[in-house]
Design a protein around this ligand. Structure first.
Ligand SMILES: Nc1ncnc2c1ncn2[C@@H]1O[C@H](COP(=O)(O)OP(=O)(O)OP(=O)(O)O)[C@@H](O)[C@H]1O
Length: 238
């Protein structure tokens, strides 16, 4: 559903991505996991056409996202928080996005209910808590009923109930036939909801495969242990 080959990106002296090749399988929750600064957000920005790779490519559903005829139906993303103006209400923000994406206005009311913002819909986004902003950003990502749902650090600012809700949402999305990418540095939290794992560090892919298979192969019982085993292995190779 999402694929990259040799994707590289440098910002000044920092090699944010170094020949990243990976595959995000359809119908699964893939965890794009690694420490701060690993290159996760950079990869997602390249996937969504928000930045250009220096070399290689990232495609969604077989082609560059910017070349998709109906992009909102192919992928929806929460990346770098919410793009709403602080003075705008959550309702107005989603209505504007719906209009731009040719999405029926009725969908907005249903989504506000679904993400738990119905009561706050007419309040300005500037007064929202961090958790409420995340919920609004997730609503924006879901607007076009995308096949691929990309959530970059979606649980920042959410309380335990909100975190459980995000993980349930990911599971429900794949249970309904969709594909999801959860980008996170929080390995313990991702444990429960990811089926497929891409571990990334210093712009390089350490491991890419089904979680259970990788855990068996490395003789470990958790994602944190898997990451430590893979990171130690990559250090030894340098
Ligand atoms: N626009 C930019 N200009 C300069 N450096 C950047 C830019 N974007 C990313 N970087 C650098 O590239 C590296 C990878 O950043 P990226 O945001 O992709 O990491 P990440 O894995 O998403 O980390 P985090 O979990 O902290 O968001 C970091 O060292 C970051 O400082």
């Amino acid at each position: 559903m999402m694929e990259s080959a040799g994707a590289s990106k440098r910002y000044g002296r920092i090699q944010a991505l170094d020949r990243v090749s990976l595959r995000v399988p359809a119908g699964r929750v893939t965890g794009l996991l690694g420490p701060n600064g690993a290159g996760k957000s950079t990869l997602l920005r390249l996937a969504l056409g928000l930045d250009r790779p220096d070399a290689g490519w990232v495609r969604i559903a077989g082609r560059a996202f910017t070349e998709q005829p109906a992009p909102a139906r192919v992928a929806g993303a929460l990346l770098d928080g919410v793009g709403a103006h602080p003075a705008q209400s959550g309702l107005a923000y989603l209505r504007t996005l719906a209009l731009a994406g040719r999405i029926p206005a009725e969908r907005v009311a249903a989504l506000l209910e679904e993400v738990g913002l119905a009561q706050a819909a007419r309040r300005s986004v500037g007064g929202y808590s961090l958790g409420m902003r995340q919920r609004l950003g997730i609503a924006a990502a879901l607007l076009g009923r995308p096949r691929l749902l990309i959530l970059d650090e979606p649980t920042n600012g959410l309380d335990p109930e909100g975190i459980a809700w995000v993980h349930r949402l990911l599971r429900e999305h794949t249970a309904a036939g969709g594909t999801a990418v959860l980008s996170s540095h929080h390995l313990a939290e991702a444990e429960a909801s990811v089926d497929h794992v891409v571990l990334i560090k210093d712009g390089r892919v350490l491991l890419d495969g089904p979680k259970d298979e990788l855990a068996r192969e490395h003789g470990v019982g958790s994602l944190s242990e898997l990451y430590l085993a893979a990171a130690a292995g990559s250090g030894a190779q340098r």
